[in-house]
Design a binder for this molecule. Structure first.
Ligand SMILES: [Zn+2]
Length: 313
């Protein structure tokens, strides 16, 4: 991975903001100034099988290295799982992360970097980053290994009383296939990267490595591959239309690895918007994310900024 780009770092002791994206395979760090301009970034492998303390050690070391000696005024973390926002603790997470549930990440990381730390769910952080220029009400959908979702209503993240608002991947009505959660017919059974690969193999009898290979085959004219992406796009469009109808949302932003095949998802999305546009006449726009790999860390910085006490001077 590339080394830190630190040529733009302030040399005068001006405080900077740290954003961390802690995923199942890597930890990415960004340093930004108060205006949100990115000054430096780097990434390391995430030692998620070694426990929470090892992840906190790696994240802190990376963050301090990327800051290059500049004082960190506050830090935000986007992390997979359900977050307890009162204690900065991970309340529930995938089994990939060893000793992660109950780990006091905000306190442990704060002690290591010497600055206040705010933890946000990674999909929420993604949407905070991506929606910075979208006013008001936005739905975020992440098409990755699974399908995650997030909601901004009236300019604020809508987390819900159980921290589970926006879980669009596990809404029902999209068929008879069994979902990773054990229930049937959820959006995730058609639209996740894992599902796209599995659906293709079911149709074609051909075993493949992942959704990217399905995309290559679709662009080469494979009708099974095109059908699988059309079904994924149509289900995504229907889910966004349902959310928009319920909440009067004009915008849905879609991120995650599967959106590299946006050209293949788009026809199914347009098909859904033709047959099932919100009846209220909301001009629903569904667009791909723009910030790429920076979205979660930038959104985490925004989460930290939003939770910071208002300066008295
Ligand atoms: Zn499910």
């Amino acid at each position: 991975m590339a080394g830190p780009h630190s040529t733009a770092m302030p040399a005068d002791g001006t405080p900077v903001l740290l954003g961390l994206d802690i995923g199942g395979t890597k930890i990415a760090a960004l340093i930004a100034d108060e205006s949100g301009r990115i000054l430096a970034r780097d990434a390391v492998t995430a030692p998620v099988r070694e426990g929470g303390a090892a992840v906190a050690d790696a994240a802190a070391a990376l963050g301090l290295a990327v800051a290059g000696g500049a004082p960190i005024s506050s830090a935000g973390v986007g992390a997979a799982g359900v977050i307890d926002h009162e204690t900065g603790t991970i309340r529930a997470a995938s089994a990939t992360f060893v000793d992660w549930v109950g780990f006091p990440l905000a306190a442990e990381l704060g002690a290591r970097i010497g600055a206040p730390v705010v933890i946000e769910n990674d999909v929420n952080a993604f949407l905070l980053g991506e929606a910075a220029d979208a006013a008001g009400d936005v739905l975020g959908v992440m098409l990755g290994t699974g399908v995650g979702g997030a909601l901004i209503v009236d300019g604020e993240l809508r987390r819900g009383p159980h921290g589970a608002a926006g879980e669009i991947g596990h809404t029902p009505g999209y068929g008879e296939l069994v979902c990773t959660c054990g229930q049937v017919g959820h959006l995730e059974t058609l639209a996740s990267g894992t599902s796209i690969a599995r659906r293709y193999t079911e149709r074609s009898g051909i075993g493949i490595r992942g959704s990217r290979e399905v995309a290559d085959r679709a662009r080469a004219g494979d009708p099974h591959a095109r059908e699988v992406f059309h079904a994924a796009g149509r289900a995504l469009g229907l889910a966004c239309a349902s959310a928009a109808t319920l909440l009067d949302l004009p915008t849905a932003i879609v991120g995650g690895g599967v959106t590299q095949a946006w050209d293949l998802l788009r026809p199914g999305i347009d098909d859904a918007l033709r047959t099932d546009a919100p009846v209220s006449g909301i001009p629903l726009g569904i667009r791909p994310a723009r910030l790429g790999g920076d979205a979660v860390a930038l959104g985490a910085i925004e989460a930290a900024r939003r939770s910071a006490p208002i300066p008295t001077h």
